[in-house]
Design a protein around this ligand. Sequence first.
Ligand SMILES: C[S@@+](CC[C@H](N)C(=O)[O-])C[C@H]1O[C@@H](n2cnc3c(N)ncnc32)[C@H](O)[C@@H]1O
Length: 447
Amino acid sequence: MNGGAPPLADALRLAAAAWRAFRAGTSLDAALDQAQGGFVAIGTSHPRLAAAAKDIAYTAVRHLALIEALLHKLAHRAPEPAAAALLAVALGQLLAERHAAYAVVDQAVQAAKADAATRAASGFVNAVLRNALRRLPALRPELEREPAVALNAPRWWIDEVRRAEPARFAAILQLQRQPPPLVLRVNVRRAGVEAYLQRLRLEGIAATRVGPTAVWLHEPRPVHDIPGFDAGEVSVQDAGAQLAVPWLELDPGMRVLDACAAPGGKTAQLAEAADRLTIDAVDVDAARAARIEDNLGRTGAREHASIRVCVADAAAPQRYASGRYDRILLDAPCTASGIVRRHPDIPWLRRPADVAQLATAQARLLEALWPLLRPAGRLLYVVCSLFAEEGPQQAEAFARRHADARPVPLAGVGKPQLRLLPAQGDAWRQGLPTVHDGFFFAMFEKT
Ligand SMILES: C[S@@+](CC[C@H](N)C(=O)[O-])C[C@H]1O[C@@H](n2cnc3c(N)ncnc32)[C@H](O)[C@@H]1O
């Protein structure tokens, strides 16, 4: 097996298999894992096949509405699901202009022929893609006059983002169609931010400081090729997400609850933030919780802190809590509407009722965690969402229910709440980061 690029036809087939599962409601990453499992089982494998298929599938999701509108226009009959999936991922490649158009068409036809489910449709696949090539220049602007196509999201999702941010919803959704920036958090116990930037310069890696501890690498690269990653000097973490832990203003020896901890990005950051912390890292999802250990091991977090990882519902403290906490970080499950750049499948997987359901789940977690805080202790509520029900409304309803919950200002912000909208700005000088996803933060102190 060579180390070069895998055949495009194989990558298209794998991406198409994942696409089918994704359009039936599976998250794209889970769908890619399942499809990869199937390929390994039939002996079709290449060291870079999974990465190539992932790139193809993600590219297609970033053009999903346009792809489905195009298919509707171009195919004289509705394709079978397997052929529709192959056409979708191939159209994504044509739209993104990643490869020569003739190569995409040729390889898609090869992919169709290689699979029993699409073999009979290979002529159809060929015809639709050739038709697409001819008609794209005229059809694309016409189809993009429809907001759902131009903004690449279901109508209800666009309406929710518009309700949350009436003036900026279109700019937010446009930005969220772009691939995400690769942002690192420098572990300041192991490396200074400026020293790390200097190291990147010496290695010829283009990078910009975009937050107090955040460095944006202009070109994506596999994590193990990031200088200092394996040694725990840096972690991959959005610059907005990096803000939560410093706002907890930790002192040495404090007891901290990381209530929704997996995959442990903030658990590792907590351990770096002050000496001798005792941290309970809780997550309900056992598979995700297993990844916390990986993060702790790589970053050497246990050198500084005593950390217990528990698989439990954070709303059932009798299962994990051993006393009261000085600080609680609730990085709550949410619609994830603020991180669509990283997870472009989200708007297509969510349903309108999810917003209210997740807001109810967040309220339940807040209620269960508040009694675990000692007097004068602080709870930081975080979601990676743009929606008011999960953000300001949630925080305000919580404050109304709890007379002993005093909103306290976030350091450097001067307010107890912050909504951070997704941004791709300039180099950072001071204050809030300049390149980040969307988040909401609210801090409460127990009186
Ligand atoms: C936003 S993610 C947390 C990210 C993590 N704090 C980090 O920085 O890497 C939310 C997490 O909440 C977990 N979760 C959802 N419901 C939960 C519950 N009732 N109790 C504990 N964890 C829960 C999910 O499994 C998910 O891992």
